[in-house]
Design a protein around this ligand. Sequence first.
Ligand code: GDP
Length: 295
Amino acid sequence: MFENLQDKLERSFKVLKGHGQITEVNVAETMKEVRRSLLDADVNFKIAKDFTNRVKDKALGRDVLNTVSPGQLLVKITHEELTELMGSEHEELDLSGDPAVILMAGLQGSGKTTHSGKLAHFLKNKKGKKPLLVACDVYRPAAIDQLHVVGEQVGTEVYSNKEEKDPVKIAKDAVEYAKQNGFNAVIVDTAGRLAIDEDMMNEISSLKDALNPNETLFVVDAMTGQDAVNTAKEFNQRLDYEGVILTKLDGDTRGGAALSIRAVVQKPIKFIGTGEKMDALTPFHPSRMSDRILG
Ligand code: GDP
């Protein structure tokens, strides 16, 4: 992930990384190069422009030209600003309550079912929880079956009811079932559509209203670039979700969505998905991501 951006930034910083004398013009040129890399990585134009302007101003403000190694300082400032752009600190899941309820939202194909399973695996193995997975896609029986397969992979019980067509009823029954059977975390996998539509939004909103979950997590495919940002925005307007899971950051993905989503939506990315296996889920740390981007 981020290979493209990382390579390009490294190339443009190479000249500056040593101790050589640099000028304001060099700084401006490098920032132009950085901006181009960000745009290539699918970062939104305004965000890229504001970002490089901020780095430039900060660098000149800190009198970068008169320091011993101006290139290194410029890299440091870029790192700081990148980290800030992605939210500065890692944000933990709120797992309070008995059970804690997590609602998964997102378009079809974004990775909701896979990441419901990964999250169950994470809660079990890293947080000592006893999770229950809940199948709330009432339109596609195959989606319910898929969640059962995933549940088996991670050794987690799956609650489903193919006779019931009201997802709110299924979810509420599942929470009741969890209470009675000692599950202290409930992960609700929901129906997605290929594009945003009113019915899907109404359904996920009523699930949120009925369940009052600790966390509504918006699941989004990083490979969709700018579309990921637009979808993140629309879901946030309707759901005011707590966090984002950015999926499919393993393949040949342009990771710019990680930068843009946080900046546009002002909601934290809580996890990144990096593969189809159940342990391919990583808590998102802005500073570590900056390390990877800058090398
Ligand atoms: P849903 O429709 O939102 O529930 O999406 P699925 O969980 O069914 O995922 C859609 C496809 O993407 C499946 O083929 C998954 O195996 C794949 N997938 C999900 N997450 C990842 C990921 O992090 N990396 C990769 N490479 N594939 C993923």
